[in-house]
Design a protein around this ligand. Structure first.
Ligand code: SAH
Ligand code: SF4
Ligand code: F3S
Length: 455
């Protein structure tokens, strides 16, 4: 049997190891992990494993973990605890941990958690079939550590089982920014860009499978660099011009690297590149931004926002925020609140600072007390709610182009996304899935709209 070109490390090897066995993957964290989980399922299906919906039905459970804050890390350990009981009833059950906690803890996970059979790093997904085969065929008590080094070059085609209408395409992996709070550069390694032509071909393959919208994915997409010397704006323009994809989005952007050229490219291709930008500012105070190593000030950020609003009509913005970063005073926190109000973010993703292994900020001495962080987070959400519900009322009565993605939970309804990335629910038949239709908005909440189909 020939080896798969997508998977040089032989998904085909031990091809029947999954025969009669179910696999369940529990996924945490960002879209990178969601894509990685899809890749894992695809590779394991080639070994004849059957994906199952409940861990109770599985012979193989993989936890694809996230380490960005302490909470998701705790979830890994509590899940391992739950699976332990299953293993007592079913000793043949194998449990593996991948993702960012796997990368971070490496062999320690196996040492400290007797229920875990194997651990593997974020860049070792293509080795999973071999690893799983080894786990199932080795001596009964065998426990396996995969490799943890990061790999180059970076040429992986998107592997999604059911891409649906909208899907994600990796364009960079890793990160070189070393924000002082962030573990990602340690769990995902140095930043690498995928070759440009490879991305274009990948997207065109997805189009042939019925995909209408792609979101280009990376920790900092703005620093994408193609071998030909082309940058992220050039990539966006090429995807718009040279593929048949209908809609293009991307995430995440870094304010220090967002430039006029990129904004101009978005404006020039507004029929295809959606007018939505997720631009994390993290803190509204320049001293804290400096301590975070973000490489911009409050003023720089606001200047970029002005430039973007001027260049891209109807721009919708969202952001990520951290409260209670070490040393943050009440006044400095208030700078974050006023920033949210001043920019007029319709949606925000805000988190309490969580000290992470290896990071500089975890060693800062002026850590903020947990109660203070909680109180600030609540106040930030309250301030945002007060503003955002009012802000989005202007959409009521407007007609929007909605790409229908799937049937709604409510019978007779479907749901899709507006060009500004709002989830829109409306009465309509499932034949509309994959089509772009006009919908009049009848009720607007900050992230979700209700509307009526215009026939
Ligand atoms: N690459 C993206 C985001 C990566 S992580 C960027 O540069 O913006 C997603 C979000 O998690 C971050 O934007 C940040 O707001 C939050 N985050 C990261 N590390 C954190 C930590 N140690 N504590 C709390 N929130 C954190
Ligand atoms: Fe983390 Fe900063 Fe890199 Fe984003 S840019 S992944 S926050 S280090
Ligand atoms: Fe979490 Fe790793 Fe993504 S830490 S947010 S899964 S890159």
């Amino acid at each position: 049997m020939e080896q798969s070109t997508q998977n040089p490390e032989s998904a085909q090897q031990n091809q029947d190891i999954g025969q009669g066995r179910g696999v369940y993957i529990s996924t945490y964290g960002c879209q990178m992990n969601v894509n990685d989980t899809e890749r894992m399922y695809s590779l394991l299906e080639m070994q004849n494993f059957t994906p199952v919906d409940k861990p109770e039905d599985a012979s193989l459970i993989i936890i694809n973990s996230c380490s960005v804050r302490e909470k998701p890390v705790h979830k890994v350990y509590s899940e391992v605890g739950t699976f332990r009981k299953m293993k007592e009833k079913n000793p043949g059950l194998k449990i593996g941990v991948g993702g960012c906690v796997g990368q971070q803890e490496k062999e320690n996970l196996i040492k400290n958690q007797p229920m875990i059979d194997f651990v593997f790093g974020t860049d070792q997904i293509d080795s999973l079939p071999n690893l799983v085969a080894e786990t199932f065929t080795g001596p009964k008590e065998r426990r396996v550590n995969a490799k943890f080094e990061h790999r180059a070059p970076y040429h992986i085609e998107t592997m999604v089982r059911n891409p649906g209408v909208a899907t994600f395409v990796n364009i960079t992996k890793g990160c070189d920014n070393f924000c002082t709070f962030c573990v990602v550069p340690y769990t995902r390694g140095r930043e690498k860009s995928r070759p440009l032509q490879h991305i274009l071909t990948d997207i065109q393959h997805l189009v042939k499978r019925g995909v209408k919208e792609v979101t280009l994915l990376g920790q900092n997409v703005n620093s994408y660099k193609a071998e030909e010397g082309l940058d992220f704006a050039d990539l966006l323009a090429k995807v718009a011009r040279e593929t048949d994809i209908e809609r293009i989005r991307y995430t995440t952007s870094h304010p220090k690297d967002f430039n006029q050229k990129l904004a101009d490219t978005m404006a020039a291709h507004q029929d295809k590149i959606m007018e939505y930008i997720h631009l994390p500012f993290q803190s509204g105070n320049s001293r804290i931004l400096d301590r975070m190593n973000r490489n911009y000030t409050r003023e720089h950020y606001l200047e970029k926002i002005e430039m973007l609003k001027k260049t891209i009509p109807n721009l919708v913005l969202s952001t990520d925020i951290i409260v209670g970063f070490p040393g943050e005073t009440e006044e400095e926190f208030m700078d974050t609140v006023t920033m949210v109000e001043q920019v007029g973010f319709e949606t925000i993703f805000a988190f309490k600072y969580s000290p992470r292994p290896f990071t500089k900020a975890a060693k800062f001495e002026d850590q903020v007390q947990e109660e203070v962080k909680t109180e600030r987070l609540n106040r930030l959400f309250d301030a945002h709610d007060k503003m955002a519900f009012e802000l989005v009322k202007r959409y009521e009565g407007q007609t929007m182009k909605v790409l229908v993605e799937q049937a709604d939970r409510e019978v007779g309804k479907v749901q899709g996304r507006s060009t500004g990335n709002k989830l829109v629910h409306f009465l309509g038949s499932q034949d509309l899935i994959g089509k772009t239709v006009d919908v009049k908005i009848t009720k607007a909440f900050p992230a979700v709209f209700r509307g009526e189909l215009i026939q």
